[in-house]
Ligand binder design. Sequence first.
Ligand SMILES: [Zn+2]
Length: 73
Amino acid sequence: MTPMPGTMEGVPLRLSDLQHRDDRGIVCRACGCRHFRVLYTRPDPRGGLRRRRECRHCGRRITTWEKEITFYP
Ligand SMILES: [Zn+2]
């Protein structure tokens, strides 16, 4: 895991990098495809991030919660 650039200036995350990383492990339960569109991302009060995703093939929507994002100042 590499430190996120920009966190010192208050820029939260480079979301494009995170999406590329965590998209690999997610499979649609309805159609089995791995391609999701991220509808929105928001921080979770417990830490980590919630993402609302929509399957590009069948439109099924899922919410993922990620806590892999850790800041190393
Ligand atoms: Zn699907």
